[in-house]
Design a protein. Structure first.
Length: 437
C-alpha cells in the first residue's frame, strides 16, 4: 500500500504515463498531460466503462457539446449556486477555500499556510470557467465551459428518447471533458481543473426509484472490483441531509482508500425530477414522457452514476503499484488488469543479431493482430524485464538462439516472474487463455 503519491508520480513521468502540463514553462497548476502509455491506458479504461454501460438494451450513448447555452447553467443552478467560499490571509496573501479546509480538519479560523488569524470574510467564488462565443466580448456572448457532462444528457432527453424509440426505464451514458476553476488543488490527478467524467443518467418511473438506485449501486461496485480494485479498498458512504446537494433526494459515494485517505471515487445519486423540470420551466419545452400502454404522462425521475475518469485512473494505478525485494534488489511493478495494460506483451530478442530480430519481428507482427505489443531490444534482459514490470506489461516473450532451432520461446509472467518454455505456434492460444483477448 502506498503511503504517499510521490513514488507513483515519479514512475508515471519516468515511464510515459502522465507528465506535468506545460512543464517546459514551469507547469500550470492542476493540469496534466497523458503520455504515450497513459493515453493508451486511458482509452482502455474508457472502453471498459463504455462497454459496461452501453452494450446492453436499456442504455445508449451520447456525446454532447462542451459549450452550451447559458440558460442551461441557469436552469441547473450552476450560475447562482456553483461556488466555494474563499478566504484571503491578509498577512501572507494565501487564498484558500473554507469548505475544503474543513474537509482536511484544519482550523478554518486561521491561515493553513502561515497560521495567521488575520483573514478576510468568506466570499463566494463561482467555479465555472467563462469564455465568449463570437468575435465580440460582451455580456450577450458569454458562455461557460461545462462543469459537468450531465446537463448535456438532460437537454437531449427528448431527442434521444424519440430517435431511439426508448421506453422508460432507459439510460443515456456519456464520456466527456469538464472544467472547474478549483482553488484547493493537489494530490496529483485526483482534483484537476480540466478532467473527464463518465456519467450515466437513468430515466425511471417515480415509483421505481429505490429498486433502480440499489441496482446501480451494486452494478457500479462490481464494475470497480472487476477492474482490479480490491474490496478492502472500497467502502460505501451515504450522504446525510447536510451533505446532500440541492438536487439530490439520496446520494451514495463509493469511496477508495487513496494514499491520502478515503476519498470519493464514484457517486450514485437519486436526482428526482429536479433537472428535467428546471429545464422544462426555463426553456418552455415539455420534457415529459408519455407511456402509451398505461396512458400515463409524467416527468421521469433520474438515477445518476458519475465517476471521474482521471480519479479512476489514479485509483487503478495506486492499487497496481507494487514494491518487493528480489535478490536484495528492489523490484517495482504495476499489477494492472491484463485487458487494461497499455502494453500486453513485450517481445524481447536476447540479442540484436539479425536472426533473432527477424524471428522477433515475425512474432510481434503476428501477435499485434490481437494484442498491444512492444518489441524491446535495448539493454540487458534483466533491465528490460524491470522496464516492462514498471510499465505494467503482463507478459514478456524472450527469444534466444535456441528458439531458432526448437521453435520455442520463454514466456515470463509479470506478477510471479514465473517462466515457461512454449512452442511459438501455441502463443496465440496461450495468451487467449490468459484473458488478454
Amino acid at each position: 500500500m502506498l503511503n504517499n503519491l510521490n513514488p507513483l508520480v515519479s514512475l508515471c513521468k519516468r515511464r510515459g504515463y502522465i507528465f506535468p502540463g506545460s512543464e517546459i514553462y514551469g507547469g500550470l497548476g492542476a493540469c496534466w498531460d497523458y503520455g504515450p502509455l497513459g493515453a493508451q491506458f486511458k482509452i482502455n479504461v474508457k472502453e471498459h466503462w463504455w462497454k459496461a454501460m452501453t452494450h446492453r438494451q436499456d442504455v445508449v450513448g451520447l456525446d454532447s457539446a462542451i459549450l452550451m447555452h447559458t440558460n442551461v447553467w441557469k436552469a441547473s443552478g450552476h450560475v447562482d449556486g456553483f461556488s466555494d467560499p474563499l478566504v484571503d490571509c491578509k498577512d501572507c496573501r494565501f487564498r484558500f477555500c473554507l469548505d475544503k479546509e474543513k474537509e482536511t480538519k484544519k482550523d478554518p479560523g486561521s491561515c493553513p499556510q502561515c497560521g495567521s488569524k488575520n483573514l478576510t470574510k468568506p466570499r463566494d467564488f463561482n467555479l465555472m470557467f467563462k469564455t465568449h462565443a463570437g468575435s465580440v466580448e460582451e455580456e450577450a456572448s458569454l458562455v461557460y465551459l461545462r462543469p459537468e457532462t450531465a446537463q448535456g444528457i438532460y437537454v437531449n432527453f427528448l431527442n434521444v428518447q424519440s430517435s431511439m424509440r426508448k421506453k422508460i426505464p432507459f439510460g443515456v451514458a456519456q464520456i466527456g471533458k469538464a472544467f472547474r476553476n478549483e482553488i484547493t488543488l493537489g494530490n496529483f490527478i485526483f482534483r484537476c481543473r480540466e478532467f473527464e467524467q463518465m456519467e450515466m443518467q437513468y430515466f425511471i418511473h417515480p415509483k421505481q426509484a429505490d429498486q433502480h438506485f440499489e441496482y446501480w449501486l451494486q452494478e457500479r461496485k462490481k464494475f470497480l472490483t472487476d477492474l482490479g480494485l480490491p474490496e478492502k479498498s472500497l467502502r460505501i458512504h451515504e450522504h446525510d441531509k447536510e451533505e446532500l446537494a440541492h438536487y439530490a433526494r439520496k446520494a451514495v459515494d463509493l469511496e477508495f482508500l487513496f494514499p491520502m485517505g478515503w476519498k470519493e471515487l464514484e457517486g450514485i445519486h437519486h436526482r428526482g425530477d429536479f433537472d428535467l423540470k428546471q429545464h422544462q420551466k426555463l426553456s418552455g419545452k415539455k420534457l415529459s414522457y408519455f407511456d402509451v400502454e398505461k396512458q400515463d404522462t409524467y416527468v421521469p425521475w433520474v438515477i445518476e452514476t458519475s465517476i471521474g475518469l482521471d480519479r479512476l485512473i489514479l485509483s487503478l494505478l495506486c492499487s497496481a503499484y507494487k514494491e518487493e525485494k528480489v535478490k536484495n534488489e528492489q523490484r517495482i511493478f504495476l499489477a494492472l488488469h491484463p485487458q487494461l495494460a497499455p502494453i500486453q506483451v513485450a517481445v524481447l530478442p536476447l540479442s540484436k543479431k539479425d536472426q533473432l530480430n527477424t524471428l522477433a519481428n515475425k512474432i510481434s507482427t503476428f501477435l499485434r493482430k490481437k494484442w498491444r505489443i512492444e518489441q524491446d531490444e535495448t539493454g540487458s534482459i534483466g533491465k528490460r524485464y524491470r522496464r516492462q514490470d514498471e510499465i505494467g506489461t503482463p507478459f514478456c516473450v524472450t527469444i534466444d538462439f535456441d528458439s531458432l532451432e526448437d521453435k520455442k520461446v520463454t514466456v515470463r509472467h509479470r506478477d510471479t516472474m514465473k517462466q515457461e518454455r512454449l512452442d511459438i505456434e501455441l502463443l496465440e492460444r496461450y495468451f487467449t487463455d490468459q484473458y488478454i483477448n
